[in-house]
Unconditional design. Structure first.
Lengths: 249, 413, 313
């Protein structure tokens, strides 16, 4: 099976502190790959390195075999990797629909267009409506995104991430801070998102992780100590010790 | 509020504007009034172009006048070229009508923005504000050094009655210039409105709201800011071109911080968040500036106070206030909310009266009577404590009404 | 030549110290509150005018003390009833507020004192020469001004580094929320810092007024330069502001003093150009007012965090 993401010996230091200390990871095409780990393990930094928010100190990141490490976020996005954010990160004064449509412009090469109305960019409008229906926010189509309730903002966040038709999608704690019902809905949405895509997801909620993930990697102190199926991870003694141990006790 | 308006609803504001522009000359006859209206037209274009930066793109500029002024200079130099070419009727400029000079202004402004803008657009926020301030001061100071281009302190003169005349559209009297202004203001406003509906217009809102996220949907914020900067520079230049034709003189003042500040003032007073806000702001500020200066030396102070009051008490501007009322009306809550708002307006009016009274009294003490007092038919004696008691009473009443209406608003919300 | 160098250095230092007096207040306010106070130079102008008006009644020296106190009080009122109110609407609203405030103060000064300079001067005995070099006098007042500026700098340093309030201020610079959680009254600290910054500006106006000119345009001519100092020095860095002030003070003074045109310079290094052309005939003296802004644009392009700043603005 070919790899969607290949990460080799990825390192990142902030001053003297080495936060990511040599991560090696293969994410296979079409899988849902969860990255878990205790607080402060470097999960968010790891995502930021892969998505281009930070440049790594050393190491390589390959997307479908092509190096993307050190590229600007927009370049990485153009190559088909999109990410969501842990804290909702939307265009607050724009409507929900407009948020989604803006996220579609890159695919239509329309973002710099000033000679025709946005409404005439058919493909972006169609795609935005599709995603709008998919994330279940059709009722809130014209509300400003900043005024949405929390769970809806999270859904919009995911919607914007996939609107650009990226085939590798990184979701950073998509269910953080949600109630049980909201989490169930979110899992359903992520399942839909996963269809035909490669998904890497950082998540704290173990229920969500074991429900969704094909494989799981455990990140502890900037290193991946284990990768495997949920079953294997559940039974891995190192993982138990480092992470699940506290919960098991 | 639905974004999908019926075609008539979408056309209505334009038809009404057109109607107003057509009716104005039937009601107005004095050249003085036409001059003010022409100035309003120029300022509308200038303020709206400024709002492309601040309101739409989130870039606070203190140097926008550079593009307005350069546009004006570009236009007036071409006007002189047209005049010169008129002697023998040869060459390109001999066939270029003065009517189209705003296009020259647009090109000059956009070109200037294109040349200087790239390093500026790396960041928005304070850095952008400071670097545009520096640009403004630099160009204003530098203009003194090149008298052949900028004409020194006196500026560059020209004559607009040159070149070919199309369709009998002469530009002799302010009333003639009115049609020129009306045409261009309508065209420019429509173009800037249309810009907000394009993908780039939408993306400029996105870069304002959240530049970081923009990168992750595939666009570097700098490119978008740069394009908006050029467009805004172009439209400011168009306004400058209109000004060149209107005044037949361009001075280095048009490049400076005061002119940049005027754009900011008009846009903020009218409201940055609503498309028509800067139009309202341009009308209000221009009218205040033009009318008040006939009656009082403190006119600029009054404009400044209005600006301060808007920033403090109505950050959404006049246009934002109108939107608020409209939405409340649409929700059917207007009858419930209006008394509170009216109370607020009355308190502002009372306090404003108190301020005007105290400013005029102080002015009277230091300089003798201002004309404003005479116009109002008042002969107050600033040395009498009763007069000052009246001023205090105005303030107190304003404060009281403000408190009461605030309580009312809070009780109903 | 030596005469030019000595006097330009002295005058440049003096101008630089005045700039620093202004920019230190602005920097303090900016780094504490995140507010770039557009009206800062207007408070400087108020300082000069208040000192002039008070001086007519109480004499030069008492006015020199009273005027900054008065401006500090005004600053406190502005912070308490103006800035604090617009704070919730964000930094752009704050900047707009101070912009409007500058407008209002400048116009008020216009109205009250007219548009021509007022005769705010140092007492006669202060205008006597302190020393003479190459036949040019250096007045006592210039010496005293420099002394006051240096004293103020020392006092500021002592206040920030050695006192409890200074420690609180420095803590609030980096960890504003934490200082609040520790039970200190941060809003009051803000008000105090704003007032203090305004007082520093006023002090610059009080002692600078007689040297430069006390006229309603003084805020507008110096205000942008002070911004340049703050940005070039690095936003929020007092030491950076100090270096930038001296740099700009010296560069501007030397440019004014040197009677040389661009063409002369080019000719001196081997180009053969017409020293009276439109571009080559421009003298350094006429470029002088532009130098701060050239510096600003260059800094923002090549070193956006300024000389000593840690963060980009």
């Amino acid at each position: 099976m070919s790899h969607a993401l290949t990460i080799d010996d990825l390192k990142k230091s902030f001053g003297p502190a080495e936060v990511i200390r040599g991560v090696n990871l293969r994410v296979e095409k079409g899988e849902v790959h969860a990255v878990i780990g205790p607080n402060g393990a470097g999960k968010s930094t790891f995502f930021n390195l892969v998505s281009g928010a930070f440049a790594p100190t050393s190491g390589e990141v390959r997307l479908h075999g092509q190096r993307i490490d050190g590229l600007a976020p927009e370049k990485i996005q153009q190559r088909g990797l999109a990410r969501s954010f842990q804290v909702s990160n939307v265009f607050g004064n724009l409507s929900v629909f407009e948020n989604l449509r803006c996220a579609c412009f890159k695919q239509c090469a329309a973002g710099y267009t000033f000679w025709r109305p946005a409404a005439s960019v058919k493909r972006a409008n169609r795609r935005a409506e599709e995603v709008l229906a998919m994330i279940g926010l059709a009722d809130l189509r014209d509300s400003p995104a900043g005024a949405l309730p929390y769970a809806s903002q999270r859904a919009l966040e995911i919607g914007m991430t996939i609107a650009g038709e990226a085939d590798v999608v990184l979701l950073d704690e998509p269910t953080a801070g949600m109630s049980n019902t909201e989490t169930t809905q979110a899992i359903e949405l992520i399942r839909q998102v996963a269809e035909g895509r490669t998904l890497m997801i950082v998540e704290h909620d173990m229920g969500v992780v074991f429900e969704l993930a094909d494989r799981i990697s455990v990140l502890v102190y900037g290193e991946i100590i284990a990768t495997g199926t949920p079953e294997a991870i559940r039974n891995d003694p190192r993982v138990k010790e480092a992470y699940l141990g506290e919960e098991a006790a | 509020m639905s974004l999908r308006l019926s075609p008539w609803r979408a056309l209505a504001p334009w038809l009404i504007s057109l109607l107003v522009l057509l009716v104005i000359p039937l009601l107005v006859s004095s050249n003085g009034t036409f001059s003010i209206i022409n100035l309003i037209a120029i300022n509308i274009v200038f303020a709206l172009s400024y709002n492309m930066l601040l309101g739409q793109g989130g870039m606070l500029s203190f140097g926008h006048a550079v593009f307005f002024g350069l546009g004006a200079y570009g236009a007036i130099h071409v006007m002189n070229l047209i005049g010169d070419a008129g002697y023998d009727g040869q060459g390109f400029w001999a066939h270029f009508p003065v009517y189209l000079l705003p296009l020259v202004g647009f090109a000059t402004g956009a070109l200037a923005a294109l040349l200087v803008g790239w390093p500026f657009c790396r960041r928005a926020g304070t850095a952008f504000a400071m670097i545009t301030l520096g640009l403004g001061e630099l160009v204003a100071a530098g203009s003194q050094m090149f008298p052949t281009v900028f004409g020194g302190e006196a500026g560059v003169f020209s004559n607009r009655m040159v070149g070919p005349v199309w369709f009998g559209l002469e530009l002799a009297q302010p009333a003639d210039v009115y049609w020129f202004s009306a045409f261009w203001v309508l065209l420019a406003v429509f173009a800037m409105w249309a810009f907000t509906r394009t993908p780039l217009g939408r993306m400029s809102n996105a870069v304002r709201d959240n530049a970081e996220r923009l990168q992750f949907i595939g666009y570097p914020p700098r490119n978008l800011r740069f394009l908006v900067f050029i467009a805004a520079g172009g439209f400011a230049g168009l306004g400058g071109g209109m000004a060149a034709v209107n005044y037949e003189i361009v001075t280095p003042e048009s490049l400076g911080l005061l002119t940049s500040g005027l754009a900011l003032l008009m846009a903020a007073v009218g409201g940055l968040g609503v498309f028509y806000g800067p139009i309202v702001g341009a009308i209000v500020v221009t009218v205040m500036n033009s009318l008040l200066s006939d009656y009082t030396d403190a006119s600029i102070l009054y404009v400044g106070l209005v600006f301060l009051a808007v920033v403090m008490f109505a950050p959404a501007g006049l246009g934002g206030g109108v939107e608020q009322v409209r939405q409340s009306w649409r929700r059917g809550e207007l009858t419930r909310q209006l008394p509170g708002w009216l109370g607020g307006a009355v308190s502002v009016l009372l306090i404003a009266l108190g301020l005007v009274a105290s400013i005029e009294l102080v002015y009277q003490l230091s300089h003798g009577r201002d004309k404003l007092a005479q116009v109002l038919g008042l002969q107050p004696d600033p040395s009498s404590p009763l007069v000052w008691l009246g001023v205090v009473a105005l303030f107190a009443a304003g404060y009281g009404v403000a408190r009461a209406s605030k309580n009312y608003r809070e009780a109903r919300s | 030549m030596l005469e030019i160098i000595v006097f330009s250095t002295l005058n440049g230092l003096l101008y630089g110290l005045l700039l620093f007096m202004l920019s230190s207040g602005l920097t303090l306010i900016f780094s504490m509150m995140g507010v770039l106070n557009f009206a800062h130079a207007s408070f400087y102008m108020l300082g000069a005018y208040f000192a002039y008006a008070l001086g007519l009644h109480v004499g030069f020296w008492p006015a020199l003390l009273l005027s900054p106190l008065l401006v500090a009080g005004l600053g406190a009122v502005v912070e308490r009833f103006g800035l604090r109110r617009v704070h919730e609407h964000g930094h752009v609203a704050e900047l707009l507020f101070t912009f409007g405030l500058a407008y209002v103060i400048d116009e008020t000064v216009h109205l009250l004192w007219g548009s021509i300079p007022v005769s705010y001067t140092a007492p006669d005995y202060m205008r006597a020469p302190l020393f003479s070099l190459f036949g040019t006098d250096y007045s006592i007042y210039r010496g005293v001004t420099m002394l006051i500026a240096i004293l103020m700098f020392a006092a500021l340093w002592y206040l920030l580094k050695k006192t409890r309030v200074g420690m609180m201020i420095r803590a609030a610079l980096t960890h504003g929320a934490m200082v609040g959680h520790l039970g200190h009254n941060v809003p009051r600290l803000f008000m105090g810092v704003f007032a203090f910054g305004c007082a520093l500006a006023a002090l610059a106006g009080v002692i600078g007024g007689p040297l430069l000119s006390t006229e309603p345009g003084m805020a507008q001519s110096l205000g942008p330069v002070v911004f340049v100092v703050v940005v070039v020095g690095g936003m929020g860095s007092l030491l950076g502001a100090f270096y930038a002030s001296l740099l700009i003070g010296l560069v501007q003074t030397f440019f004014v003093a040197l009677d040389v045109s661009i063409g002369d310079l080019l000719n001196a290094v081997g180009f053969a150009v017409d020293p009276y052309g439109e571009v080559t005939g421009i003298t350094l003296a006429s470029i002088a007012p532009m130098t701060p802004f050239i510096l600003l644009v260059l800094i923002l392009i090549f070193r956006p965090r300024g000389l000593m700043g840690e963060l980009e603005p």
